[in-house]
Design a protein. Structure first.
Length: 217
């Protein structure tokens, strides 16, 4: 049964918005911060990998990595609108049999999911209040690599997030965005046995690639 988190997320992302995002992806390819994740994962030269995409959205990461890196993927998302479009795009690309779609808050179902070689979280940490619980569960599921994007810890993002949350509260929308401390994200993943290999920055987003220490070449 969908969780309360799913209900909040469904209200935050409408079908029209998601369809527009998919249309842009088909026309222009993955968003800039998603490209950074793809480049980072491909730099590891993994083949025949299992992918766990948490908060996978329209599925851009597994749509792309199933072409050359991954052989199967699990897509977990709290938004039914995103899952619907991701499923349709997977079928269009001939990947549907290689993806397991799950409508849920990842932390609610994590114990029932298998480990994967690669775990990705693209613009997910910023939507999640308990980032420690989220990243602990994500790290426990990664045998090799973990890549994520999150908002940069910089003054203009702090202001933007305050403004966004203010307007969310005016509309009585419970959905919020968060700017979690990057040093805590890094420390948590280090404790889980991961080493940060790469950091790339855009105007809003920062991408970090981690690899489990025992898997380092």
């Amino acid at each position: 049964m969908p969780c309360n988190c799913c209900e909040i997320t469904d209200n935050a992302f409408s079908e029209d918005e998601v369809k527009a995002e998919l249309k842009t992806y088909r026309k222009k390819g993955p968003a800039k911060q998603t490209r950074l994740i793809l480049q980072a994962i491909r730099s590891l030269n993994l083949k025949n990998a299992d992918l766990l995409d948490i908060g996978g959205g329209i599925g851009a990461i597994h749509h792309e990595l199933l072409e050359d890196v991954a052989v199967k993927a699990t897509h977990v998302d709290a938004s039914s609108a995103y899952l619907k479009e991701a499923k349709e795009e997977s079928a269009r690309r001939g990947h549907h049999d290689h993806v397991n779609f799950i409508h849920a808050d990842f932390t609610d179902v994590a114990k029932d999911l298998p480990e994967a070689d690669i775990v990705t979280l693209d613009r997910v940490v910023c939507c999640y209040p308990d980032f420690r619980g989220l990243l602990d569960a994500a790290a426990e599921h990664s045998r090799n690599a973990l890549a994520l994007t999150y908002p940069r810890e910089i003054w203009y993002i702090r202001i933007a997030w305050i403004v966004i949350n203010f307007f969310q509260s005016l509309g009585k929308d419970p959905f919020r965005v968060f700017l979690h401390p990057v040093v805590e994200i890094d420390s948590l993943l280090n404790r889980q046995g991961f080493k940060r290999l790469t950091v790339r920055r855009l105007f809003v987003w920062e991408m970090a690639l981690y690899q489990r220490e025992g898997a380092l070449s």
